[in-house]
Design a protein around this ligand. Structure first.
Ligand SMILES: Cc1cc2nc3c(=O)[nH]c(=O)nc-3n(C[C@H](O)[C@H](O)[C@H](O)COP(=O)(O)O)c2cc1C
Length: 214
């Protein structure tokens, strides 16, 4: 490495976050930031780190793609028999992190996750490109496989078995919806004095909005 990691330093100055300039509804605020991330042409703005934990509390994290976000929550798709699927079955508490570095923003979400209905998953599955549908069917996600060749052969076999567009959705594949109980919006500021605004649900309905120290 030509430059030491300790010397890498970036100052943030693009924007500010105040209680007055955010939406009182955190989902609408998230949708606003997502629209801005898309407009800024960030690469994969819907990529998010998904953290799970198993029944012992051991944490795991990986990136997945957000495919829907509305008042009901944050939806992503995966293999229900993957490692994450097993962890979620043991422990429904998860966390999400979006990093939009080019606009100096991070969003954290915490909540509980559940499988969406097979009909909802099917509706999304039908919209996916042929290759992605075959891939979802071919992959035993998170299992050890002896070679790349085995995977490619399985994919080709399925492609031959389903030459037209009628590829079935595997019953162990589908969506998860995260119902948030905490959202935090982070905007980078000068001198590490960043803005952090956190939403938590109020007992009486609506959301409590608080500023956190950076
Ligand atoms: C940019 C990006 C997007 C990804 N999107 C998904 C996704 O939407 N669903 C998914 O199951 N895996 C996705 N992955 C792969 C996961 O990071 C991970 O390798 C896989 O889900 C297996 O995780 P697990 O073994 O912890 O279950 C994506 C990876 C990257 C880098």
């Amino acid at each position: 490495m030509s430059q030491s990691l300790a010397e890498l330093r970036q100052d943030y100055s693009l924007s500010v976050l105040t209680k007055a300039n955010v939406d009182p509804d955190p989902i609408r605020q998230f949708q606003r930031w997502m629209r801005e991330a898309i407009a800024a042409q960030l690469p994969e703005p819907n990529a998010m780190t998904l953290a799970t934990a198993d029944r012992t509390g051991r944490p795991y994290a990986r990136v997945v793609l957000l495919k829907e976000c509305d008042a009901d929550g944050f939806v992503f798709f995966s293999n229900y028999r993957s490692d994450k699927g097993r962890q979620i079955a043991e422990n429904p508490h998860v966390a999400l992190v979006f990093l939009w570095l080019e606009v100096e923003r991070q969003v954290r979400v915490e909540g509980t996750v559940s499988q969406i209905s097979a009909a909802e998953s099917e509706a999304y599955f039908r919209c996916r490109p042929r290759e992605s549908r075959l891939g979802a069917l071919a992959s035993r996600q998170s299992q050890v496989v002896a070679s790349r060749q085995i995977l490619d052969q399985r994919f080709e076999q399925l492609a031959a078995q389903y030459p037209d567009d009628d590829i079935p959705m595997a019953y162990h594949w589908g969506g998860y919806r995260v119902k948030p109980d905490l959202l935090e919006f982070w905007q980078g500021r000068h001198g590490r004095m960043h803005d952090r605004l956190r939403y938590r649900p109020r007992n009486e309905g609506g959301w409590l909005l608080e500023r956190l120290e950076p």
